[in-house]
Design a protein around this ligand. Structure first.
Ligand code: HEM
Ligand code: HEM
Length: 187
C-alpha cells in the first residue's frame, strides 16, 4: 500500500474515538442547556431546581472526561499524522482549531466552577447529589468577570466546533477523494 493510502486508513485508537464522541455529546448538550436555561424566566421552577444543578454536574463530569482524553492522548505513542493529501492551509487551520478547542475545553468549565464558587447567592457546585467545595472566596465583582468569560468563551468554542464539523464534512462529502476523508479516522 502506498504511504498516502496507508495514512488514510490509519485510525485513532478506540479509547480516543470513544472519548472524542462522548465529549462531543456532552459539550453540545451543555452548550444547548446553558443557552436554554439562561433564557428561561426566573419564575420557571425548573430553571434553578433542575437546569442549573444538572448543568453544573454534567459540566464537572465533562471536565473530567476532557482531562482523561488529554491524558490518554499524551500517553498514546503514535497518533495519526495530518493527511499529506490536504493542502498546507487546511492542515494549518485544522491543527489551529483543534489546539484552541483543547484550550477552551479546559478553561470554559473552570470559569463555570469559578463563577459558581464566587457568587454570593450561589447554591454551590452541585455534582450528582454531592456539593463540591467552592474553593474560591465569595466576591460578586469576580463573579461578573467569570460569568462573562464563561459565556464568551463557551460561544467561541461553539463557533470553532461548527468550523471543525464543517471541515470534516467538507472532506468527506465535497472533496470526493477518499484519501482526504479525515472522518473515517475518527469513526
Ligand atoms: C464544557 C463545559 C461547559 C460548557 C460548554 C458550558 C456552557 C454554558 C453556556 C453556553 C452557558 C450560557 C451562557 C449565557 O448565554 O449566558 C452556560 C451558563 C452557565 N454555566 Fe456552563 N458550561 C460548562 C461547564 C460549566 C460548569 C463546570 C459549571 C459550574 C460548575 C457551569 C456553570 C454555569 C452557570 C451557573 C451558568 C449560568 C450563568 C448565568 O446565570 O448567567 N458551567 N454554560
Ligand atoms: C463538541 C464537539 C466536538 C469537539 C469539542 C471536537 C474536538 C476535537 C478535537 C480536539 C480533535 C483533535 C483530536 C486529536 O488529535 O487529539 C478532534 C478530531 C476530530 N474530530 Fe472532533 N470534535 C467535536 C465534534 C466532532 C464532530 C461532530 C465531528 C464529525 C462530523 C468531528 C470530527 C472529527 C475528526 C474527523 C477528527 C480527526 C481529525 C484528523 O484526523 O485530523 N468532531 N475533534
Amino acid at each position: 500500500m502506498n504511504p498516502i493510502d496507508q495514512q488514510t486508513t490509519d485510525r485513532y485508537p478506540t479509547s480516543l474515538r470513544i472519548l472524542h464522541w462522548a465529549r462531543a455529546v456532552l459539550v453540545l448538550g451543555l452548550l444547548w442547556a446553558g443557552w436554554h436555561m439562561t433564557g428561561l424566566n426566573d419564575e420557571v421552577a425548573s430553571k434553578y431546581e433542575l437546569y442549573y444543578p444538572w448543568h453544573k454536574s454534567f459540566g464537572v463530569l465533562t471536565f473530567l472526561v476532557i482531562l482523561t482524553q488529554l491524558a490518554v492522548r499524551f500517553r498514546t505513542p503514535s497518533l495519526p499524522q495530518p493527511l499529506e493529501t490536504l493542502e498546507g492551509y487546511e492542515k494549518f487551520l485544522s491543527r489551529l482549531t483543534q489546539r484552541v478547542m483543547y484550550v477552551l475545553l479546559v478553561i470554559v468549565p473552570l470559569m463555570g466552577y469559578s463563577m459558581s464558587s464566587t457568587y454570593t447567592m450561589s447554591d454551590g457546585v452541585f455534582f450528582f447529589g454531592i456539593n463540591l467545595p467552592e474553593l474560591l472566596a465569595k466576591n460578586d465583582d469576580w463573579f461578573v468577570v467569570f460569568q462573562w468569560l464563561h459565556k464568551v468563551l463557551a460561544y467561541t468554542l461553539l463557533g470553532l466546533i461548527l468550523f471543525h464539523v464543517a471541515g470534516a464534512l467538507k472532506h468527506r462529502f465535497y472533496d470526493q477523494d477518499p484519501r482526504r476523508d479525515v472522518l473515517r479516522r475518527m469513526l
